[in-house]
Structure formats: structure tokens, C-alpha cells
Design a protein around this ligand. Sequence first.
Ligand SMILES: *[C@@H]1O[C@H](CO)[C@@H](O)[C@H](O)[C@H]1NC(C)=O
Ligand SMILES: *[C@@H]1O[C@H](CO)[C@@H](O)[C@H](O)[C@H]1NC(C)=O
Length: 229
Amino acid sequence: MISSTTAFLIGLVAPLLASGFVLPRSVCDASSLTIPNLEGLPAPAGRVSFVGIAVGTQNYTCDNTGVYTNVGALAELFDISCLTNSFIFPALPDIAFAAWEAAPPSAPAQEVISFLHQFSSPAILGQHYYVTNPITGSGIDPKWDFTTQGATAGNKNAFVVAAKNTTINAPTDNQDIQWVFLTALTGKLAAEVYRTDTRGGQPPATCTPGSNPIVVKYAAKYWGFGGSL
Ligand SMILES: *[C@@H]1O[C@H](CO)[C@@H](O)[C@H](O)[C@H]1NC(C)=O
Ligand SMILES: *[C@@H]1O[C@H](CO)[C@@H](O)[C@H](O)[C@H]1NC(C)=O
């Protein structure tokens, strides 16, 4: 079943596709780009290094008090640098999340991305996942890994592992995962990373201790600033 939001978004996009609306198909220079609304997160110090939309999952385990704890995430990011001046830019999180939610369980994020490619630049930036903290060797921290894809493929420094600096509740909805500002621990892809414009990703309020881990779909914009590749 297609939700009314999805139907609305497909209705929005379909005429554009039918009219042959095509956007530039390369990573664009967005170095003067700023985040339109920081909602109180610290401002970036450097210039933008990447801007992408992600679809993926947040992983949770149920702790022994019946509350879900975030234990990682896995997401695919694709480049939206050529869309920053488009009316599509602010709508991308809704479009991506609606497509991701409508996808059957068997459909990987890649398939949703190929749908989004119909009206965007085709460049996959890379993946977002968690790794062991590279400084302390204990605990996990998020990584953005662009070493195998797109313009940075083959560049072994095209990654950043970052630690959370500031977290705020999403201004949109309590079902949307928090917005985050992180600073780099290792890697040259960016010195600062932001997760904004989140959709979905929050776990249920309570769980039964001992129950299985869950994954919750989400979409978000990720921004890197101050890279030194
Ligand atoms: C999160 O879940 C995905 C499956 O959706 C899995 O591939 C990934 O390894 C998990 N990551 C962590 C840190 O648990
Ligand atoms: C958080 O980021 C701000 C701005 O970059 C910085 O001044 C501050 O030292 C950081 N705090 C921590 C705990 O890393």
C-alpha cells in the first residue's frame, strides 16, 4: 500500500520526470553552502566538504530497564550538492523517507537510492556506519566512509570518524531522530559533521527486557565541513 505522503510526493515528481527535467550529473561546487537552519547547533568553522542525503537504519537493543539504547546505524549517502539551489532540496528528506518507508523489507537502501537518482545526481558518496573508537579502542563512534565510491573512490583518507559534540531534539516531530553536531577524531573527509533534517529513526518508547534488537528506518541530511582531502 502506498501512503498518502508517498502518493503526494510521486505526484509532485512524476510530471517533472515526464517533462524531461534533468539535473546536473556530477558533484557540484557547494563550498559556499551553509546549513539553512541550525536550530541551535554550533555553526561550522570550515567550508562545506560534502552534503548528502542518507537512507538507512538505526539499531537499538532493549536494556534491562525496558528502554531502547542506540547501538549503531547503517546508511547509504548520496550526493545532493547539485540540488542545493533547487526547490527539491528542502523536500529531499520527506521524499527519501517516503520512498524508504514504502520499500518492501527486501528492498535495500540502494534500490531506494536508484529511485532517487531519477531526479538527482547519481553519485553515491559512501556509507555511514559505526566503528570502534580509534583513539581509545573502546566504545563505538560513527564513521562516514567515502573511500570506495564516487569522486573520492580509492582515496584512503576519504573518511571521518567523529564524536558527538551537541545533540538537539528534531524540531519536526518526536518520531524523528535527533539532530547532531560532531567533531572529527580521525580522517580527512571533514573536521565537523552534522546530521539535520531527520525523518524517522526513533525507537518505540518502551520494550520488553530480553527482546531482540530492532532496526528503525530513517532518512537525514549529512553535512561535512572543514575537510582536508
Ligand atoms: C546495524 O544493523 C545493520 C542491519 O540493518 C547491520 O548490518 C549493522 O552491522 C548493524 N550495526 C551495528 C553497529 O550494530
Ligand atoms: C564542541 O564544539 C564547539 C564548537 O566547535 C567547541 O568550541 C567545543 O570545545 C566542543 N566541545 C566538546 C566537548 O568537544
